[in-house]
Ligand binder design. Structure first.
Ligand code: NDP
Length: 273
């Protein structure tokens, strides 16, 4: 049976085995998908062991996405710019291909599952870490009016704004600038910071949302994140979390490996429950 796995540390919490098992059942694909705990310093060895033993494809999660990017022989445009790889497979010549499906997963969740549009919208992206790097190119391809990256460490936001400026109107700012003077109204706020993980909310002005604003927290949790709570209170028209993105990025990986696109609605609904 074809073997796939997710590698990370920690890995016990990963929903990927459950999601890929559901995809395989739905599409009648015979495959095994497991999770592999990898110790620091062992990642390149574990990857070569996995493929040498006939493994077909890997998902990569925290903290190895950058190492996977370094290890890949060929990179997709998204992975190359993101500086991070979440999907690995061997091509027909035996070369290791690296992809980043996080951004595509976000866009698919927003467009297909929530029927929302990004084109022509003013977007604020919070955070300038790996997740932001991964979503910027797919986001800019949707032709928003503008994307502003706000980050605690301004220099990181500025670096990303410069890197992605050739793909659209991208700027950078600090949280203090959001609150200074009359806040610029945003149509979208995407929280790609990890503040929600710590139960924290960066200093957001209450009057920043446009009348039909949409807010999306990349983090997903059983209880509403602090960011989602803030968005509700600030009057957002729609508030979403990253569970759909998680399932959609997995579906993109599955498609890269198997050439078949699974449906995602049922599993997203199941996981929400
Ligand atoms: P990184 O560690 O690479 O980056 C974290 C970012 O958050 C940095 O820009 C950091 O700012 C900022 N930050 C952290 N704490 C705070 C705070 N208290 N206030 C303000 N800013 C803060 O993380 P990732 O980019 O990999 O992940 C970000 C989030 O995205 C996580 O919650 C993760 O779970 C989620 N994610 C979800 C996915 C999904 O499929 N749904 C996929 C990938 C990620 P600074 O630069 O100043 O340190």
């Amino acid at each position: 049976m074809d073997r796939y796995a997710v590698m990370g540390n920690p890995i016990g919490h990963s929903l990927s085995p459950l999601i890929h098992k559901a995809f395989a059942e739905e599409t009648n694909q015979l495959l095994l998908y497991s999770s592999i705990l990898v110790e620091a310093g062992e990642f390149p060895l574990e990857v070569s062991r996995f493929f040498a033993a006939g493994g077909k494809g890997l998902n990569i999660t925290v903290p190895f996405k950058k190492e996977a990017w370094e290890l890949a022989d060929n990179l997709s445009a998204e992975a190359n710019l993101a500086g991070a790889v979440n999907t690995l497979l061997k091509d027909q010549e035996g070369k290791l291909q690296g992809h980043n499906t996080d951004g595509l997963g976000l866009i698919r969740d927003i467009k297909s599952n929530y029927n929302c549009i990004i084109e022509g919208k003013k977007i604020l992206v919070m955070g300038a870490g790996g997740a932001t790097r991964g979503i910027l190119l797919p986001l800019l391809r949707e032709r928003p009016e503008s994307v502003c990256i706000v980050n605690r460490t301004l220099s990181k936001a500025e670096e990303l704004a410069q890197l992605f400026s050739k793909y659209g109107a991208v700027s950078a700012c600090g949280y203090d600038e959001l609150s200074a003077g009359e806040a610029k109204k945003m149509d979208w706020i995407i929280n790609a910071s990890s503040a929600s993980l710590q139960g924290e909310l960066p200093p957001m002005p209450g009057n920043i949302l446009s009348s039909d604003a949409v807010c999306y927290d990349l983090m997903y949790a059983q209880d509403e994140t602090v960011f989602c709570q803030w968005a509700q209170g600030a009057g957002a028209m729609k508030v979403m979390n990253g569970l759909g993105m998680l399932v959609e990025q997995a579906a993109e990986s599955f498609y890269l490996w198997r050439g078949i696109r699974p449906t995602t609605q049922k599993i997203i609904q199941g996981l929400r429950k």
